[in-house]
Structure formats: C-alpha cells, structure tokens
Design a protein around this ligand. Structure first.
Ligand code: UD1
Ligand code: MG
Length: 453
C-alpha cells in the first residue's frame, strides 16, 4: 500500500507582509515547512510532494530534497492539490494533504489519520478540533445524524454556521483515485478559487462516508497566517522542545526563558539557567551548567563544563572547561580539558591546551597554545598586520605576563616567560624570559650565556 503526502505551500502568504515566503519563516531556528515535511514523512511510504508557487526558487533552495510541483497561480487549495495529479496518479493508493504552514502538527496525528482512512469505506478522512476561538478556520457542518456534510469557509458562513465550534484543521487523507476525479468537479468559490474543502460536500452528496477525527490538542492546529500566529507557533514549539529535554533529564530553571532550537542535543544532568539561547548545530554533554544569559551557536561542549554569562559561536569545549562571565568564543576556538577562561576574554581560531588558564581581558586569535600555559591579564595576540592573519605559537608551561603584546607571527618555546607589558616581536626560546618594548631575552636557558637576540 502506497501513501504519499502533498503539502501546500503555494499561497501568497500576504498576511505575513514579508519578502520571505511564509513557509521559510523559521520556527525555533528551522524553516516552518520542514516540520510539516518531517510529520508527512513519518506517516507516508513515498517521498512527500511540496506544492510551491510564490518564491518557489527560494523554497527549493532552502528545503532541498523533496519533490516539487509548481502551482503557477494561487487559485485555491483544491487547485493546488490538482497540480500534483500528473505526478502521482496511479502511483499511490492514499494521499495525505496538509498545509505547510502548520508546523505543530505531529507525525503521530497524521499516522492516525491514515489508519482511520484505511478503515473507512468512504473516500476521505479529516482532522477537526473543537475550540471557542475560530481563528478564521472553516467550520465543520454536521447533519443531525452526526455525519459531516460540508466545510464552510468563514467569509461565506451563515450566522448559525459561524457559531459552530468544530473547526477544519487542514489535514486530510484521501483515497487517491476518488481524489483525482473529485478535484476536477470542485466548483469555483465566490473569490474565484477552488477550495479543497469542497471535496467534503462532494462526497457527502454521493452518500460516501467522510470520517472526522477530533483532535484533542489545539496546539497542533496552530496555522501561521500572520506574525502573531508565528509568535504563537514559536512559543508552542519552544515549549514542546523544552519539555522533551526535561523528560530526558535536563534541568531548565525557567523553561519560559530558555530558547533551545530544534535539533540541539543535550545530555542528562545538564542544568540550563534562564535567558539562554542554544542554536544551530550545538551539542552539550552531561553534567554541564550553562547560563544564565548565554548565547551558544554551532558549538560542541563536552562533559561537566561551566559556561557562565558568555557567548559562543563555532567553538569546541572539551570536558571540564570553565568560561565566563563575559567570555566570547568565536569560530574555531578549541578549549581543551580543564581550560579556565575568565572574564572579558575573546578566543578565535585558536587552541588552548589542557589546563591552560586565561583569567582576564585577553584576545587570542590564530594561536596554538600548549598545555598548562598561564595567559596573564590583558594579553593580546596582535594577529592582523593589515593584510593577513598571522600565527602565534606558545609552548606548554609558558607564562605570559600581564599586558603582553604578542606581535605575530611569533613563537614562544616551552616554559618561556614574558614580563608584564612586554611587546614580543621576535621568537622566545624555550625556558627564556623576555621583557620590555620591544621584548628582549634577559634570562636565557641554562647553558646559553648570551642574553638578547
Ligand atoms: C484553510 C482552509 C480552512 C482551514 C484552514 C486551517 C481551505 C479552502 N480552507 O484556510 O478550512 O480551517 O486552512 O488553517 O482550504 N495554498 C496553496 N495554493 C493556493 C492557496 C493556498 O498552495 O492557491 C496553501 C497555502 O500556502 C497554505 C495552505 O494552502 O499553506 C492554506 O492556505 P491558506 O490561505 O492559509 O488557507 P486558510 O485561509 O488558512
Ligand atoms: Mg492558513
């Protein structure tokens, strides 16, 4: 048995007032349509088909590998599904149709919809929800015997129909052969569009069973038409993501102010303090303490780390690393085990070896720093000469005095030391001490008796 999902995304999305196609607006960091596609995949046997129109190229580029069908003019949801006929006719037994602006709809719900339709003698099943706030949804009209007879769009509904609290969610499962012929029989609406919802009346008139499934969870039905709905969907998705992490053993002190995007991995016994943002491709190991007031994007954090009021992007922390308050790690920052980085530091494209300490006010860029190095307050790698970035090398066990300027390219050997305020323009051999501006070696290694370069 073949089941194919068709997602509609060709509407103009006028109410969003945006250059960006509606279905590409992000919800918890992901384009909205991806949620619908995931749900569709979990309930179907064939790859999903996305009907695109306005902004089709942008949608294709962003979403990539699905089957696309173009609806050149937005002539209604029924007309949109019809565009998939030539691709799917004879190739699938059931067709799920949903709208790509419903990111909260769960895969399990679509699976249930398919199961119900498979057992239905009639040609279609659909999701409904009962709610006091109709939000502009179509009303589900039932006959006195309880069977569904039609769906009436709000703008044409009569007063008694407007009072109906059972709403059309916008997810359907059709027997494919019936659907293809029915779509050609949909009458044109007052607005000049062909509504998919009119298939309900077509079936009912022929005494074919339309099977409704009443959804319990209203949240699943949030459809995004305006930016107010977008914010509602974002909040609902955030709550769903946060709940899943909490059930997996992560403590969120205040879920309402914890912003974790979709797809972030968090291990058990990690504690997230309020006002923390976890974004992009980020993973955090067990037993960490993150936040408050931290922003972490595309970063990997090992076990038992502490990130306190800090900003990280494209960075890697091994286990037992402590940063903050007010640390900033940029792309390519790699802090090995037991590194301590205190306040007002910045690290970019650099490795800090195991146990290295950088307590206060430093900038480290394009540097390879060995294990157990002490980076004094105010140390700067002067890595940019106006044209290119130059590398600083510091050997294990080195001691960099406060306010040292390391004018790259420059390299300091193991156990090398610099005095406070040194401006290092030339390499310092292992074990030597260099001081002054520009820095010169005053204490060479044992056995080397000539100080200076
Ligand atoms: C639709 C339903 C309504 C339901 C509501 C739930 C119809 C006629 N009405 O109304 O009963 O309660 O959703 O949210 O189906 N689209 C196209 N091509 C078009 C028109 C729309 O692809 O020509 C797509 C849109 O991109 C969108 C979806 O279909 O993803 C729904 O369109 P929208 O305009 O949002 O319909 P609603 O007014 O919300
Ligand atoms: Mg809508």
């Amino acid at each position: 048995m073949k089941i194919t999902a068709v997602l509609l995304a060709a509407g103009q999305g006028t109410r969003m007032k945006s250059e960006l196609p509606k279905v590409l607006h992000p919800i918890c960091g992901r384009p909205m349509a991806l949620y619908g596609l995931d749900a569709a995949r979990s309930a179907s046997t064939e790859p999903p088909v996305l009907v695109v129109g306005v902004g089709a190229e942008a949608v294709r580029q962003t979403l990539g590998g699905v089957d696309y069908v173009l609806q050149e003019q937005p002539l209604g949801t029924g007309h949109a599904v019809l565009q998939a006929e030539s691709l799917l006719k004879g190739k699938t037994d059931y067709v799920i149709v949903t709208y790509a602006d419903m990111p909260l709809l769960r895969g399990e719900t679509l699976q249930k919809l398919v199961e119900v339709q498979c057992a239905n003698s009639g040609p279609m099943s659909l999701l409904t929800v009962v709610h006091d706030n109709p939000r502009g949804f179509g009303r589900v009209v039932r006959k006195t015997d309880g069977t569904v007879s039609e769906i009436v769009e709000e703008y044409v509904a009569r007063p008694e129909q407007l009072a109906i609290k059972e709403l059309n969610v916008g997810a359907y499962c059709f027997s494919a052969e019936w659907l293809w012929q029915a779509l050609h029989r949909i009458p044109m609406s007052k607005k000049g569009e062909y509504y998919l919802t009119d298939t309900v009346e077509l079936a009912a008139r022929e005494h074919l069973a339309v099977q409704p499934i009443v959804l319990e969870d209203f949240v699943e039905t949030i459809g995004v038409n305006t930016r107010i709905h977008l914010a509602e969907a974002e909040a609902a998705m955030r709550q769903r993501i946060n709940n899943a992490h909490m059930l997996n053993g992560v403590t969120l002190l205040d879920p309402a102010s914890t912003y974790i995007e979709a797809g972030i991995s968090l291990a058990a016994d990690t504690v997230i303090w309020p006002n923390t943002y976890l974004q992009g491709q980020t993973s955090i190991g067990p037993g960490c303490e993150i936040g408050p007031n931290s922003h972490i994007r595309d970063s990997q954090i090992g076990a038992h780390c502490r990130v306190f009021m800090s900003v990280m992007e494209g960075a890697l922390l091994e286990n037992h690393v402590e940063i903050g308050p007010f640390a900033r790690l940029r792309k390519g920052a790699h802090l090995c085990e037991h590194v301590h980085m205190g306040n007002f530091g910045e690290v970019k494209d650099s490795t800090l070896g195991p146990g290295t300490k950088m307590g206060h006010f430093s900038y480290i860029g394009n540097a390879h720093i060995g294990a157990q190095v002490n980076i004094g307050a105010g140390t700067i790698t002067c890595n940019f000469d106006g044209e290119k970035k130059n590398v600083t090398e510091i050997g294990a066990g080195a001691f960099i005095g406060s306010d040292t300027m390391l004018v790259a390219p420059v390299s300091l050997g193991e156990q090398a030391r610099t005095g406070a305020g040194a401006v290092v323009t030339r390499d310092i051999p292992a074990g030597a001490l260099a001081v002054g501006v520009p820095a010169r070696v005053i204490k060479p290694l044992p056995g080397q008796d000539k100080p200076g370069h």
